[in-house]
Write a protein that binds this ligand. Structure first.
Ligand code: SDX
Length: 372
């Protein structure tokens, strides 16, 4: 018999390429964006600066930041055909599907969509970056029967995102927690959606196709969809005193507990402490200690039963809930943040491209003859 080649299910533990964009280090529980610890970036930088860093490899100079900021503010309005397409979708459409559709049309509107020159792809990356908040915000509003809120160019990216969602200015403490979540969500090496984007880019397709595909990959509850699933879990449990019993029942039926576990981090997600601090600030701001009690009760029970730690989606879900986002809007916010990482990876892939095409090992029936 032939020796069977080894299969790496889910590509677990298989390095498939180099990246200079971020370093996920499970040994030290750390995450670096272009060499900078993500916690420090979250504390000190605007989301616009972090986006620039991820795309260009260096923080922007004052002049570069001013120019980028002006461009971003001038590129926020949704094109009429994108708005019409969103309005044509049923209200029951999952917001991730709305995002996916909108990005697809934004690509269709770009006469240079197929031009993969680096400066074109940087332009497209910045354009998607500026457009996504409007799409995410408007989709939440229309599901409440509310109209589009025009962007305000006196507000920065994070402030304007909240403005377009809620139609009022948010308190600085809320903006800060939101911006922190965006910085933490921006990039995470070869996760499933980023890898999807790189696979699409590797065929020399275009940025919009790569981002559309990545949105599809992010939607699933084993990946980005977990932040919204966490909120459903919280709703189901109801209060801290019921967390342990709920968990025992869920584990008994072999359910996966959303917001826990990670393919790479086995001792805890490097981003969780920073996001938990942001959650604490929202719990205090909205006076909802019950939320943190439930959060801690489930985390503790999960630690005791399975020794499995929370991932970033665990603190992010309740944070967005307290801010007033609908549960179905959580993963689209992740899209708006991760579009930076996706586009940075598309450009890195193209800079030293090899078609991504692994092998499979056939285990179907042997060759046979068609029935006569
Ligand atoms: C993200 O890759 C990235 O970087 C992703 C991300 C990013 O920034 O891009 O960090 C964002 O996607 C975070 C993950 C969000 N997903 C969830 O929260 C869904 C719940 N988590 C799990 O399903 C799971 O932990 C995964 C999918 C995240 C990772 O799973 P693996 O590496 O494939 O591991 P596994 O499913 O094979 O689990 C190993 C063991 C199993 O037990 P045994 O069969 O060995 O006894 O751990 C158990 C699992 O049952 N386990 C869990 C669990 N996670 C792992 N059991 C219950 N609940 C869980 N959440």
């Amino acid at each position: 018999t032939d020796a069977k080649p080894e299969i790496y299910k889910g590509l677990a533990g298989v390095p498939v390429d180099y990246t200079a964009i971020s370093k996920v280090n499970p040994e030290t529980n750390s995450l670096l964006y272009r060499g900078y610890p993500v916690q420090e970036l979250a504390a000190l930088c605007s989301y616009e600066e972090v986006a620039w860093l991820l795309w260009y490899g260096e923080l922007p100079t004052r002049e570069q930041l001013d120019e980028f900021t002006a461009l971003e503010r001038a590129s926020r309005a949704i094109a009429p055909n994108v708005l019409r397409a969103i309005d044509d979708l049923p209200l029951s459409t999952h917001p991730m599907d709305v995002c996916r559709t909108a990005v697809s049309i934004i690509g269709a509107n770009d006469p240079d969509a197929e031009d993969n020159a680096q400066e074109q792809n940087l332009r497209k990356s910045k354009h998607l970056f500026a457009q996504l908040p409007a799409i995410v915000a408007y989709d939440q509003r229309r599901r409440h029967g509310l109209g589009l809120v025009e962007p305000r160019d006196d507000l920065d990216y994070s402030e304007n995102f909240l403005w377009m969602t809620f139609g009022e200015e948010s308190e600085p403490v809320v903006v800060d927690a939101f911006r922190t979540s965006l910085v933490l969500y921006a990039e995470h090496s070869f996760n499933a959606s980023t890898f999807t984007a790189r696979v699409i880019a590797s065929t020399l397709s275009d940025v919009y196709s790569a981002v559309t595909g990545a949105i599809g990959a992010l939607k699933g509850p084993l990946h980005g969809g977990a932040n919204e699933a966490v909120m459903h879990t919280f709703d189901e449990i109801g209060s801290a005193d019921r967390a342990a019993a709920w968990l025992d029942e869920a584990l008994a039926r072999k359910a996966k507990i959303m917001g826990f576990g990670h393919r790479v981090y086995k001792n805890g997600d490097s981003r969780v402490p920073t996001m938990r601090t942001a959650l604490e600030s929202m719990v205090e701001h909205y006076d909802r200690p019950d939320m943190l009690e439930l959060y801690d009760a489930l985390e503790t029970a999960m630690g005791e039963r399975k020794n499995i730690k929370p991932n970033l989606d665990y603190p992010a879900g309740p944070t967005y809930h307290l801010m007033g986002f609908d549960t179905e809007t959580f993963t689209p916010i992740f899209v708006a943040a991760r579009v930076v990482g996706w586009t940075a990876h598309v450009m890195e892939q193209l800079a030293s491209n090899a078609l991504i095409r692994p092998l499979s090992v056939y285990n179907g029936v042997d060759q046979r003859e068609l029935p006569a």
